[in-house]
Design a protein around this ligand. Structure first.
Ligand code: CTP
Length: 398
């Protein structure tokens, strides 16, 4: 999986830097091209000569080469990389990455990197468990970086605990399996609904809900990152997908969403229904603004909207996978499994509004994934981007 891949290996100033030489060798042996970027302190632990000999490329450390004036472009490097691996990542480098303190070449490149970033922390156990380090690592995770957890064992200080940089072989495996996973949906067509629907009352008013679309957009980005061709049928939201390859079809009402879904579903391998579809729409939307004094009605008459997920469930053919969401406030599991059956879904993602940090407008979510065989797996509270990874992993396993 690593053959021909461009890897930036960022080395900061910790004793584990001596292991980075083996990591360069392993990447090169696996067929990757490695560009080492080392911090000024990193050079105190391992020489650039060792690293440039192993990688076959001059090591970069400064913003420019003093005697020639040659500028090292962190922007070009960020675009060149298929992955960036920071090993070892010291407490100081982690803190700078978490807070955007761009005072060396490694951090400027990190901030410019478009690719997946892997961070292999290495430090003494007390530094590792200090609240500032814990918080910074969580921040990095929330930005979508992959943390390669340090191992437990004897540390350079002779203390025993967590903080030892993971072995180079395991860092290589983590990067390799990322590339393997990144192709897991290659060639698959994925249809996703997201956001609220707005049901028109008159030209200035509608019935809507608080859905921000964040969960559906994160799932669309994750599916696209794994090589899928994604069509995102979206109600009115204020966000855009990060991944430019996602095709966005903008709709407003439930019936427009249904039409778009009916159009794209037959060619889809997977459909994931995250939209918070309004259950009812005004029976007689007006073309003129309703005036306060001269009310056209006393009561708003509503009609039931179509159930998009159930419609697709009835259209579903063998080999197609249909995933629904359930947002519940009580009897969560029973309601979710009832929806799974009724809408002919293959999987349902349950979020309970009773869980703190879950639901509408949040950046985090706490889900359970239930399947047709009756199994339900509960996940921890996580940023929506990471929840999307769990959901796409579960869908891929189907
Ligand atoms: N859904 C849909 N079309 C609708 C209503 C819901 O496609 N008109 C989809 C949602 O996108 C979600 C799943 O069905 O994937 C469950 O949505 P939810 O609102 O929880 O279910 P409802 O069937 O509306 O049930 P209720 O509101 O009674 O809980």
């Amino acid at each position: 999986m690593l053959k021909g891949k461009h890897i930036i290996l960022g080395i900061s100033g910790g004793i584990a830097a001596y292991k980075s030489a083996s990591l360069v060798r392993l990447f090169v042996k696996a067929g990757a091209e490695v560009q080492v970027i080392i911090t000024p302190n990193g050079k105190e632990f391992i020489t650039p000569l060792t690293l440039s000999t192993l990688s076959g490329k001059p090591v970069i450390s400064e913003f420019f080469t003093a005697n020639t004036g040659q500028w090292n472009s962190h922007v070009d490097l960020g675009l060149w990389a298929d992955a960036m691996v920071i090993a070892p990542a010291t407490a100081s480098t982690i803190a700078k990455m978490a807070n955007g303190v761009a005072d060396n070449m490694l951090i400027t490149t990190y901030l410019s990197a478009k690719s997946q970033v892997f961070v292999a922390p290495s430090m003494d156990l007390d530094m590792m468990r200090h609240p500032s380090t814990t918080r910074n690592i969580e921040l990095l995770r929330s930005y979508g970086n992959i943390i390669i957890e340090p191992a437990e064992g004897e540390l350079a200080s002779h203390l025993i605990g967590k903080g030892r940089m993971e072995e180079p072989e395991n860092i290589l495996k983590a990067v390799d399996s990322y590339f393997e996973k990144s192709l897991s949906l290659k060639g698959r067509k994925v249809l996703i609904t997201a956001g609220p629907t707005f049901e028109k009352i008159d030209p200035v008013r509608f019935i809507g809900n608080y859905s921000s679309g964040k969960m559906g957009y994160a799932i669309a980005d994750e599916a696209a990152a794994r090589g899928a061709e994604v069509t995102l049928v979206s109600g009115p939201v204020a966000i855009k997908p990060d991944n430019a390859s996602v095709r966005v079809v903008n709709v407003e009402s439930a019936s427009e969403m249904l039409d778009a879904c009916k159009k794209y579903f037959p060619e889809s391998d997977i459909a994931i229904m995250t939209a918070a579809v309004a259950d009812y729409a005004p029976a007689h939307p007006l073309d003129h603004k309703i005036k306060r004094e001269k009310t056209d009605f006393d009561t708003l008459e509503l009609v039931k909207n179509p159930d998009i997920a159930a419609t697709l469930g009835a259209m579903k053919s063998d080999g197609q996978i249909l995933v629904g969401f359930a947002l519940e406030t009580d009897n969560e599991l029973a309601n979710a499994t009832e929806k799974l059956e009724r809408k002919n879904l293959d999987m349902i993602v349950l979020n309970s509004l009773r869980d703190k940090g879950a639901g509408f407008r949040m950046d985090t979510n706490k889900i359970s994934i239930c399947r047709r065989d009756g199994s339900c797996v509960a996940y921890d509270l996580k940023p929506k981007k990471l929840v999307a990874v769990d959901i796409i992993d579960a869908v891929s396993s189907l």
